[in-house]
Design a protein around this ligand. Structure first.
Ligand code: DON
Length: 307
């Protein structure tokens, strides 16, 4: 049976696909070589129906889109107060890979930038888990959000780890300020592996729909996190998810979202749908050029700005 939604999605892919400007992430060799023509979109409803068009089944590494979910897992495991002691909730107004530590407390400004995400990763497993155990908690948690078992793209992992000097520098600073209690190299390895978890646009939409659905995965019915955790995560996504373009994104497109350097964008309309787009060429903020265009188009067509 033909439904109107896929037709609409195909239509906006056709209309927003050109020009395909921007550049693939060049600081991770494996991502620099990504096929720039990939273009996918998927919407997932809170009752578990997914509509997609284009390359929605092509797997890519999740990259920074993992950050809100690991933040959710950290809050669920340790409680909000414990997480807030280590990571703030203020927009940094700086690029994702800046240190952006608060002047007085030394905390990373928020969990969406690399400094905050390295810290949140280190919190999983309560500081006693091994690198492998901590990663497994993260992988299982993200799989629960997606509603299927996710695995790692080992090539992307090896490629990023090879060149992760900047994240190593950040992790060493975090250790210096006692914001992480474990060896910086172990945190970088675990966080880099987290970023290399392989997902499709359909997976991202399902993960977004779990947030839209107050923490219950719509397809499996599993409660992954409590509504209060979702509220915290979406609030931080809204103010910090797009880094130094967060204000521009929120005023023009207007729903909480998170980007990743492999070209994904994940968006959430609370109580309604999860949104995901994929196109590898990025703008200067590390966000997919055609993904921004597609989200802007949907926001306009369907009144998705939450204000
Ligand atoms: O740590 C990094 O630099 C990458 N693994 C993730 C960065 C990222 O996806 C930024 N988002 N647009």
């Amino acid at each position: 049976m033909q439904t109107p939604v896929p037709d609409y999605l195909q239509q906006i892919l056709d209309e927003c696909g050109a020009p395909n400007t921007g550049a693939t992430a060049d600081y991770i060799p494996e991502l620099a070589d990504a096929d720039p023509e990939i273009l996918g979109i998927c919407l997932a409803t809170t009752d578990g129906v997914r509509y997609d068009a284009g390359d929605a089944d092509v797997p890519v590494s999740i990259q920074s889109i993992s950050k809100p979910f690991v933040y959710a897992l950290a809050i669920a495991e340790l409680g909000l107060d414990a997480v807030l002691k280590r990571v703030g909730v203020e927009p940094s107004g700086e690029a994702f890979n800046e240190l952006s530590l608060e002047a007085k407390s030394g905390r990373p400004r928020n969990p969406m930038i690399n400094a905050g995400a390295l810290t949140t990763h280190a919190l999983i497993g309560g500081g006693t888990a091994s690198v492998e155990e901590r990663f497994e908690l993260v992988r299982r948690g993200l799989s629960d959000f997606a509603g299927r078992d996710l695995s790692v793209d080992e090539q992307v992992y090896a490629s990023e780890l090879d060149t992760a000097y900047r994240n190593r520098a950040i992790a060493n600073m975090l250790r210096n300020y006692d914001l992480i209690d474990i060896e910086p190299e172990d945190v970088v390895r675990g966080y880099t592996r987290q970023c290399a978890i392989s997902v499709t646009t359909r997976d991202l939409a399902a993960m977004a729909a779990t947030l839209a659905n107050g923490g219950v995965q719509p397809m499996t019915g599993q409660r992954v996190v409590e509504p209060a955790v979702v509220r915290q995560v979406l609030s931080v996504m809204m103010s910090c998810g797009m880094y130094d373009a967060a204000g521009d994104w929120m005023t023009t497109i207007g729903f909480p979202a998170k980007s990743g350097v492999s070209g994904g964008i994940l968006g959430v309309l609370p109580g309604q749908i999860g949104i995901a787009t994929l196109s590898p060429r990025l703008d200067s903020h590390g966000t997919s050029v055609r993904g921004v265009r597609l989200c802007g188009r949907m926001s306009k067509d369907m009144g998705m700005h939450i204000m």
